[in-house]
Design a protein around this ligand. Structure first.
Ligand SMILES: Cc1cc2nc3c(=O)[nH]c(=O)nc-3n(C[C@H](O)[C@H](O)[C@H](O)COP(=O)(O)O)c2cc1C
Length: 374
């Protein structure tokens, strides 16, 4: 099994130059690999707090050493989650699961995206994307939310839950799948997916409402009526298990206000943002990703940091105005400890990094080596 090396020799723990199936079967790689002791390329490990450190912070009522982790996506199975916990990412989100097996979009899924600066989420940019990942700071994310069958992922998620040490939390991410049964069946599928995660032992749930690949034309998170219906049904099923809604960047304050009014009495938190869409093309202007419906794909990493921070600020301002108590998980463009501090200053209670952690697998240790920002 070949896996690519980047940045002067450091290997990403999720290898974007291998297929999703290869990552699932053979990962994690690089500093996260089982034989990572041999990966001298990862460089010196930043000082990390001692193992006997007592968790003094909390995330949705669970004690955590630091409310920092890796969001839904790069941690595709328990082996990845175990490695994330071992590298001081104290919140690990198990990649979004479904109630039935679902294939991944064809390879490639993550390309390096060339940006001239931060992306404006109010505009659909056309950007060149290619396989020059060595110096990438922003990447595409076009997987179509693949899932194994629950018979395969449930025992694996249980193993990931068990891997959390003191002061660490595994989050189970899930979403519903549209089928021929109409809205009632779609709601029921979300409830079933949540129940399967709880059965696997997930102590916190995240419902992905921001998948750009569901073929619905518009993201579920923008359909306030349906989200409220689904969130109510899921919460009724899972009871006290905290439920976080994963959101995209909202275009208007009115739309965000409507969603928060309808759902904040039901749920425990919001994670924002998912990716910012862009039209991805080759140097010659052809679609960069193969297959129909993939001309526009989500971009994540450094270029979406301002959009993510803006959403966190809007959520925090709404929460303060309403006197609400929900948690805010800041996600998007966090590449270093300064990015973590920026999210906390914007109002995030927990912070996560997908692209940044993939590029720098020691980011958890770097965050652990400084005091948590306040
Ligand atoms: C490889 C990869 C796979 C992802 N898969 C999912 C997913 O299954 N569910 C989800 O809610 N978000 C998924 N995401 C989005 C991330 O959770 C996150 O919202 C986004 O990447 C922005 O964070 P970043 O800038 O730190 O990468 C994925 C991201 C990446 C990079």
């Amino acid at each position: 099994m070949r896996c690519g090396t980047y940045r002067g020799g450091v290997t990403w723990f999720y290898d974007p130059r291998a297929t999703y199936e290869d990552n699932l079967a053979h990962g994690p790689f690089g500093a996260f690999a089982a034989d990572a002791g041999a990966d001298a390329d990862a460089g010196p490990s930043p000082a990390v707090a001692p193992a006997e450190e007592l968790p003094t912070l909390s995330f949705l009522g669970r004690p955590v050493c630091r409310p920092f982790g890796i969001p839904a996506g790069p941690l595709v199975n328990a082996a990845f989650c175990e490695a994330a916990f071992a590298h001081a990412f104290d919140i690990a989100v198990y990649k979004t699961v479904r109630t039935g097996a679902h294939p991944s979009h064809p390879f490639p899924n993550c390309l390096a995206v060339r940006t001239a600066g931060p992306l404006d989420p109010g505009r659909l940019d056309t950007l060149v994307a290619d396989s020059a990942l060595d110096a990438a700071r922003s990447i595409s994310n076009s997987f179509g939310v693949p899932s194994r069958d629950p018979d395969a992922w449930q025992p694996d998620m249980a193993r990931a839950v068990a891997a959390a040490g003191a002061g660490q939390v595994l989050v189970g991410s899930f979403q519903g799948t549209r089928g021929p049964g109409g809205e009632d069946a779609y709601v029921a599928d979300h409830v079933h997916a949540a129940a399967l995660c709880v059965e696997a032992g997930a102590p916190v749930l995240e419902m992905n409402l921001s998948c750009p690949n569901e073929g619905t034309g518009a993201l579920l998170c923008f359909d306030t009526r349906l989200v409220a219906r689904i969130a109510g049904a899921v919460k009724e099923e899972v009871g006290d298990v905290p439920l976080v809604l994963k959101l995209a960047h909202f275009p208007t304050d009115e739309a965000l206000d409507a969603l928060l009014r309808a759902t904040s009495p039901l749920v425990d938190g919001y994670a924002a943002i998912n990716t910012v869409p862009a039209r991805l093309v080759t140097d010659e202007g052809r679609p960069a990703l193969p297959g129909r419906g993939r001309e526009v794909a989500g971009v994540c990493g450094e270029a979406i940091a301002p959009a993510a921070l803006a959403m966190v600020r809007r959520l925090a301002a709404w929460r303060a105005d309403a006197g609400a108590g929900f948690a805010i998980v800041g996600v998007g463009g966090v590449m270093d400890t300064a990015g973590v501090a920026a999210h906390v200053a914007a109002g995030a209670d927990a912070v996560m990094s997908a692209t940044g952690a993939m590029i720098d697998p020691l980011l958890g240790r770097r965050v652990a080596a400084v005091s948590w920002p306040r």
